[in-house]
Design a protein around this ligand. Structure first.
Ligand code: PXP
Length: 250
């Protein structure tokens, strides 16, 4: 059964709006874990627009689950990752002007930087996942580079949910599994589109952020995570039907 990774970047986005200490990112991680998060994901961006280096260090020391650090394959962030030693690093493309990560890694253009980052991180015992478009060629390139895992970009599926995009993801998933990779998925997933995707057997983890944090404004983070966990774990149950059937609080 797939795991749920909860991306808490946007808790930090709200905090950074006032450059203060509230809402507290560590408290958000604890609440996400109480709701059933199997891992906590944060993206330490070069421009530090939300998550800060101190957040990554505190989360590494304090969370009960696993820390997945999203990062660009640049020297500065690589040095931090090697010092902090998260449970996994997910390499993503990063552009300063973008609102969120646009598209998967281009493993041809950035081959050397990605190869070097994989080598340094995995030699240090940190498994690397590559965020790629859901194409068989990209999966093959990721396997060739020696990454342990791939995260398939679900942005196109989220924009155009339906059989065509599901089939594209299914083919990339099967290519990844056949190549011996662990296969994750994420980006743009919400309470409507995560269920149908989770019905494809084989994904190890779904990484979801924005939709969960938005829903948390109205129902609280523990509840918002528990609802999403039901969707990805129990194959598209109506989230409104979860009461009395939610994962036990930890
Ligand atoms: N996976 C990756 C690699 C991402 O860059 C992001 C966005 O930070 C997500 C998952 C989560 O996307 P969303 O916030 O749209 O759920």
């Amino acid at each position: 059964m797939p795991n749920l990774g909860v991306n808490i970047d946007h808790v930090a986005t709200v905090r950074q709006a006032r450059r203060g200490s509230s809402p507290d990112v560590m408290t958000a991680a604890v609440h996400a874990e109480m709701g059933g998060a199997d891992s906590i994901t944060v993206h330490l961006r070069e421009d530090r627009r939300h998550i800060q280096e101190a957040d990554v260090r505190i989360l590494r020391q304090s969370i009960a689950t696993r820390l997945n650090l999203e990062m660009a394959a640049t020297g500065e962030i690589l040095a931090i990752a090697l010092e902090v030693v998260p449970n996994q690093c997910t390499l993503v493309p990063e552009r300063r002007q973008e609102l969120t990560t646009e598209g998967g890694l281009d493993l041809t253009t950035h081959h050397d930087a990605v190869a070097a980052a994989i080598d340094r991180l995995q030699t240090a015992g940190i498994p690397v996942s590559l965020f790629i478009d859901p194409d068989e060629a990209a999966v093959a390139a990721a396997a060739h580079l020696g990454a342990r895992a791939v995260e398939l970009h679900t942005g196109e599926y989220a924009a155009h949910p339906g059989e065509a995009q599901l089939d594209r993801l299914r083919r990339a998933l099967h290519a990844g599994l056949a190549a011996g990779l662990t296969v994750h998925a994420g980006h743009g997933l919400d309470y409507d589109n995560a269920g149908p995707l989770a019905q494809l057997p084989g994904f190890s983890e779904f990484n979801i952020g924005h939709a969960i944090i938005c829903r948390a404004l109205f129902v609280g983070l523990v509840e918002a995570v528990a609802e999403m966990k039901q969707l990805v774990r129990y194959n598209g149950h109506d989230p409104r039907g979860i009461r009395g059937n939610r994962p036990p609080r930890r």
